[in-house]
Design a binder for this molecule. Structure first.
Ligand code: GFB
Length: 325
């Protein structure tokens, strides 16, 4: 087990993006560490605005920052709103990272995404593959912004000696996800669609694309655990992949979700919708060598996510997909 180099106990820790799925999982996990958790009120701080971000940081004086605020969304949202995805993410990360350095933040963890890697990268995808080939066109805007975030952390480390690190999670799912079908990722979308089909007795559920793309899915509470682990134990310049090391096809995923929800009908593949990247499986050996592995099996994570979906009720209600504060 890698030694702890940064102790969160007693520190003032800001979770930027605390209302999003990742941010709220981080807040849950950090509650166990003995740190003081800071969150920025959304009506007062828009992280896309530099002045507001700097004012908040100067007042809150965080010692550590988890930069989980981002505009996020599934394949359709990325493909149809490129300006939102590139602008919001560039602004949020540039403002927070620069303000963190100016305010003397001791440690910052930036969160990226596995879509930073070339579309046709060799699988599983290892960290050095970054910037070695063309990106997937449906999400290149988001990917470019996230690559810029990694580079910001590296540049502030090289020029200013800032201890800013970056983690690249694979596709995520779990409690607190967005179920608005125009914005959501595949797991919440299929939970919502199959739940509705089960309730109404519909014979088929619409699955976008061919069902052949392969994805790796990480339960968000496992991610939060990995992020706290990296914050306390990793100080390198290279970004670190966070995943499970296992993937499956979208068709298989749909069947697994059908089992959880109780939907026994047919899958209707809509090939007018994009497949996106053919395969995205991260090489997680760097993180494993450092001493961390994911623990929540997909079946258990899906069951817990479905429980959360049912508990929150009103399925299909649109939730904001940008977590600026
Ligand atoms: O989860 P998803 O939107 O993200 O889609 P990406 C994954 C796969 O599931 C794609 C298929 O092949 C979709 O065509 N799919 C099937 C569906 N049915 C559905 C559905 O009802 N809704 C959705 N959303 N997908 C995003 C990127 O890519 O993943 C982001 O656009 C980011 O930039 C994120 O990296 C993690 O894996 O394709």
């Amino acid at each position: 087990m890698t030694e702890r180099t940064y102790d969160l106990r007693g520190k003032r820790v800001w979770v930027a993006g605390h209302r999003g799925m990742v941010g709220s999982a981080l807040v849950r996990r950090l509650a166990e560490t003995g740190c003081e958790i800071l969150t920025a009120p959304r009506d007062r701080v828009d992280l896309r605005r530099q002045v507001e971000t700097e004012a908040w940081m100067a007042e809150a004086r965080p010692q550590a920052v988890f930069l989980a605020a981002a505009r996020v969304g599934g394949i359709l949202a990325n493909d149809s709103r490129p300006a939102d995805f590139i602008y919001d993410n560039l602004m949020i990360e540039a403002n927070v990272i620069d303000a963190a350095w100016r305010c003397g933040v001791e440690k910052l963890l930036f969160l990226g995404s596995s879509c930073i890697y070339p579309r046709d990268a060799a699988q599983p995808i290892a960290e050095p593959v970054l910037l070695s080939g063309p990106l997937e066109p449906t999400n290149e805007w988001y990917a470019i912004a996230k690559i810029a975030g990694i580079k910001l952390c590296q540049a502030y480390r090289r020029q200013h000696g800032a201890n800013f690190i970056a983690a690249m999670p694979t596709n995520l799912y779990g409690p607190g996800d967005t179920y608005d079908l125009a914005a959501s990722h595949v797991i919440p979308a299929l939970i919502a669609k199959m739940h509705r089909a089960h309730e109404t007795g519909a014979a088929t559920v619409d699955i976008w694309g061919s069902g052949r793309p392969r994805r790796e899915f990480l339960y968000v509470d496992d991610l939060a655990d990995a992020l706290v682990w990296l914050m306390e134990r990793y100080d390198g310049e290279t970004h670190v992949n966070v995943g499970t090391g296992e993937d499956l096809s979208i068709a298989d995923l749909a069947r697994r979700i059908g089992d959880v929800v109780g939907f026994r009908g047919d899958l209707a593949f809509d090939t007018t919708k994009p497949d996106g990247t053919p395969r995205k499986l991260l090489d997680v050996s760097r993180l494993r060598d450092l001493g961390w592995t994911a623990t929540t099996p997909l079946a258990e994570g899906l069951a817990r996510t479905y429980e959360d979906f049912r508990r929150r009720g009103a399925p299909g209600v649109a939730r904001p997909d940008v977590a600026p504060a």
